[in-house]
Design a protein around this ligand. Structure first.
Ligand SMILES: Nc1ncnc2c1ncn2[C@@H]1O[C@H](COP(=O)(O)OP(=O)(O)OP(=O)(O)O)[C@@H](O)[C@H]1O
Ligand SMILES: [Mg+2]
Length: 459
């Protein structure tokens, strides 16, 4: 039975409406005024609220605003005095489903209530269906038009239910973490934790204690016991990102864990058994590192039981526009640009560009474009400059080309170099889709140096 909350500050109207709606087999709760309604809403859920607009104390519009912000899944119909169309329209803008003018005709009121309840039911069903689909086939989040990406999805479905260790290879921003999450979401461990650790982000000692935990007194500053990621995963999945940055000492500990399904906390002699599936990712080919003695070959074979490679975006052009549309849809949700569309020229520019920062760069480019789009058509001129430039004929990629007017500016050599350096740093940052860590890595400088050189960039 649908539950209706009835709000009015006139007891006579409340009682008449209550009787009418109860006769139609609705479960009706009357509330005398807006404040009373709020009190009831704190304790109970309703499918529909029918409220007068003009009330003493809290007005119907205030109540509507509050409900729309704080309560989902409840449709709202407003009752308004004959002739006050403007307030009624304001109510619709504030999220009311519809309004009924007083004095109302019984048929009209009941029809509106019925329509509103059907609408609410459809929305709830749709939501439930969507969450079901999401948990069952998390792959719907992955756009895969190209054969290469479809292949990846096929692999995800096949390997997810197994407990195999998987090495996900791909350039920065290609979707490695997304794939790792999809593997977890499609595995039998999906209700357990998914824990990610970026091996490049922590210094050796911290990474070790983060992964394996430590006991009190294991090193200076270890004032209490700490449970590591492997232990706290408890049947879940651990995603070791940028595994190429893992120091050799930790590599051997990880290898032991993979062989024996046991670890020891730093500073402890006790073995703790571990149940965690290990997924890893790298944007550096590990084979070269093995040759240089920086990565253990035996660990590599353990980790890459099944290697899964994501191709750079420029090699799967079919994915570019579907991905762009996916990001547009994601960004415009709840804004006034609901029907934003790429025009032909913008589409062409996106397809031609080489996407050094891959999907992440595309996602940022779409955000950029939507910020500068004033209407529903996304034109080429609102795309980031580098994309416009590379799409125009005859453009040669030359990241540090010398501006012929620099000499005329009369800059000192130091300032000239700083100027160029800034431009180059910005270009690399853009190429990395705004990811400062990735940019610093590409430039072979530390993150701290990167921030020092670009003081106006937000940390
Ligand atoms: N095929 C895809 N479909 C939908 N979204 C995608 C796809 N590939 C990547 N993305 C999105 O692009 C962004 C970057 O992806 P992700 O973080 O997984 O990349 P990554 O390879 O881990 O990057 P990095 O190497 O920089 O850590 C995320 O927002 C992700 O959701
Ligand atoms: Mg990542």
């Amino acid at each position: 039975m649908s539950k209706i909350l009835l709000v009015d500050d006139e007891p006579s109207i409340l009682s008449v409406l209550s009787t009418l709606l109860k006769a139609e087999k609705y479960d009706v709760t009357p509330a005398l005024g807006g404040e009373k309604a709020l009190e009831i809403l704190k304790k109970e859920k309703f499918n529909l609220m029918l409220s007068d607009i003009r009330m003493n104390g809290m007005s119907g519009l205030e109540l509507l605003k509050h409900c729309n912000k704080n309560i989902s899944d409840m449709v709202i119909i407003m009752l308004t005095a004959y002739g006050s169309v403007e307030t009624a329209i304001q109510a619709l803008k504030l999220g009311a489903f519809d309004y009924v003018t007083k004095p109302f005709k019984l048929d009209e009121l009941l029809m509106t209530v019925q329509r509103a309840l059907e609408y609410s039911k459809a929305i709830t069903e749709n939501k439930e269906l969507k969450t079901q689909i999401k948990t069952r086939y998390m792959l719907e989040n992955i756009i895969a038009e190209s054969p290469a990406m479809q292949n990846v999805c096929e692999m995800i479905k096949r390997v997810a239910p197994t407990d195999t260790t998987i090495l996900i290879c791909g350039d920065s921003g290609t979707g490695k973490e997304l794939v790792a999450r999809a593997i977890h979401a499609n595995s039998t461990r999906k209700d357990k934790k998914f824990m990610a650790v970026n091996c490049a982000a922590l210094p050796e000692a911290l990474l070790e204690s983060e992964m394996f935990g430590h006991v009190r007194g294991a090193f200076t500053g270890a004032t209490s016991d700490k449970v590591g990621l492997f232990e706290s995963a408890k049947g879940g999945t651990i995603f070791l990102d940028e595994i190429s940055s893992m120091p050799l000492s930790i590599q051997s500990k990880l290898l032991r864990m993979l062989q024996e399904h046991e670890i020891r906390r730093v500073g402890s002699n006790e073995n703790v058994s571990i149940d965690a599936r290990i997924l890893t990712a790298t944007n550096v080919p590990l084979e070269q590192m093995i040759k240089e003695g920086l990565f253990r070959e035996d660990l590599y074979y353990r980790l890459s039981v099944i290697p899964l490679t994501i191709r750079p975006l420029r090699e799967r052009v079919e994915d570019i526009i579907p991905l762009a549309n996916h990001f547009i849809a994601k960004e415009v949700q709840g804004t006034d640009k609901q029907s934003a569309l790429l025009d032909k020229e913008a589409t062409n520019a996106l397809q031609k560009y080489r996407w050094p920062g891959n999907v992440r760069e595309l996602e940022n480019a779409i955000k950029h474009a939507l910020t500068f789009t004033t209407n529903d058509t996304i034109k080429v001129d609102v795309l980031p400059e580098r994309i416009i430039e590379s799409s125009s004929i005859g453009y040669k990629q030359n990241p540090v080309n010398i501006d012929p007017f620099s000499a005329a500016k009369g800059l000192s050599l130091k300032n000239f170099l700083r100027d160029k350096e800034q431009k180059y740093l910005r270009q690399v940052l853009e190429q990395c889709g705004g990811d400062k860590e990735a940019a610093a890595k590409k430039l072979k400088i530390s993150l701290a140096t990167f921030y020092r050189k670009m003081p106006d960039i937000e940390e």
